[in-house]
Every structure is written in C-alpha cells, then in structure tokens.
Design a protein around this ligand. Structure first.
Ligand SMILES: [Fe+2]
Ligand SMILES: [Fe+2]
Length: 203
C-alpha cells in the first residue's frame, strides 16, 4: 500500500489527531462501528437533501448536493452490505454527540449566506474527521476486505471535504471562509479533545 495516495496528509487541516487507542477498540467492536458508520452515511445524505430544501435558489449548491446525496447513499448501501456479510443487522441509531456539538456552531441570524457558509464548513469538518478515521481503520485493521473498503471511503470523503470548502467560497468571500474554517478547526479539535474515544462510534 506504500504507493497509494494519502489525502489526509496534505489536504485535511485537522488540529488534533484521533487518540490512537480508538482504532484498537474500534476493531474489537466492528459490529458497533459498522452500524454507527451506516448512520453517518445516512445522515450525510439527509444533510445534503436538507441543504437542497433550504437553498433551492443556489443552483451550484443544488447540483453539487444532488451528486453528493447519490454518493453518500451508495456509501450507506456499501456499509449495509458489509453488515449483512458478517451476519449483522442495521441496529438502532445512537445520538452523535460529536455532530451535535459541532452543529451548535452554525450561526443563526439574518445573514443567509453566512449561515450557509457555517453549515457547509461544519459538513466539511465532519467529512475531514471521518476521512481521518477511515485512514486509521485502513492502516490498522486486519480484515483485508475492510481495509480496501475504508481506503476507498477515505479517498471519497477527502473529496467531499474539498468540495464543501470550495462550495462555501461560491457564496462568501474566500478570506472569510478561510478565517471561519480556522475558527471551526479549533472548535472541532476542542470537541474531539473532550470526547472519550468510544468503542461504538465513528466519532
Ligand atoms: Fe460517505
Ligand atoms: Fe462524505
């Protein structure tokens, strides 16, 4: 795998790496991790749909989110397939503390574009963190089929991270987007610092 592309090294700007203990506990709880992961993909798709519903006037956004829904839904299907292969069911959804905390930083108020920028950047960071975690799973997990699966998802989510940041720059000045991204990167690192690595969560 030495020649494979490692997008997390160059494009993700996460301030705090994941606690290395997480991947070991995750591998031992692969059923819980796959179930939680399935819901992450489902939420990624529904979040893209809600952006289309909220901003139908933003043509570029509608186009990009339409493509994203299809990709996230295919990820959801692929996780379901992995669950099925291992004799597991989808199981129940669990509250996603990480996403709930991060979403609190989407500023409300009159300025519609500013709110959209915050929403897109929060989504970008969720993609970035997921990508970082897929990389850990790809590199450390023993199951070869899952290694390949997580590698492919890592590449895909890295692309989504880039697209969300780019899209934010369609609607707000680039300097403002970069400044807000830096603030949110700091906030995201603090959220991760305060969350115990859990055996049953992707985040
Ligand atoms: Fe995905
Ligand atoms: Fe994604």
């Amino acid at each position: 795998m030495s020649t494979t592309h490692q997008p997390t090294k160059t494009i993700l700007r996460l301030h705090l790496p994941t606690d290395p203990r997480w991947v070991n506990i995750a591998e031992k709880n692969i059923e819980d991790i796959l179930v939680d992961h399935a819901y992450c993909e489902q939420k990624a798709a529904t979040s893209a749909i809600s952006l289309i519903v909220k901003y139908p006037d933003k043509t570029r956004l509608v186009e990009e989110m339409t493509n994203l829904v299809a990709e996230e839904w295919s990820h959801f299907e692929r996780v379901l397939e992995q669950l099925k292969k291992r004799g597991f069911g989808l199981g129940r959804n669990r509250p996603d503390e990480y996403v709930v905390e991060l979403a609190k930083h989407i500023r409300k108020g009159n300025k519609r574009e500013r709110q959209l920028m915050d929403h897109l950047l929060v989504n970008a960071l969720i993609e970035a963190r997921s990508c970082e975690r897929f990389k850990l799973l790809w590199k450390n997990i023993a199951d070869e089929e899952l290694q390949k699966f997580y590698y492919e998802l890592m590449v895909s989510e890295a692309g989504h991270y880039v697209s969300f940041v780019k899209l934010a720059k369609e609607y707000m000045p680039a300097e403002e987007v970069d400044a807000r991204l830096n603030e949110l990167l700091e906030i995201e690192a603090n959220i991760i610092k305060n969350l115990e690595p859990r055996p049953d969560r992707m985040h």
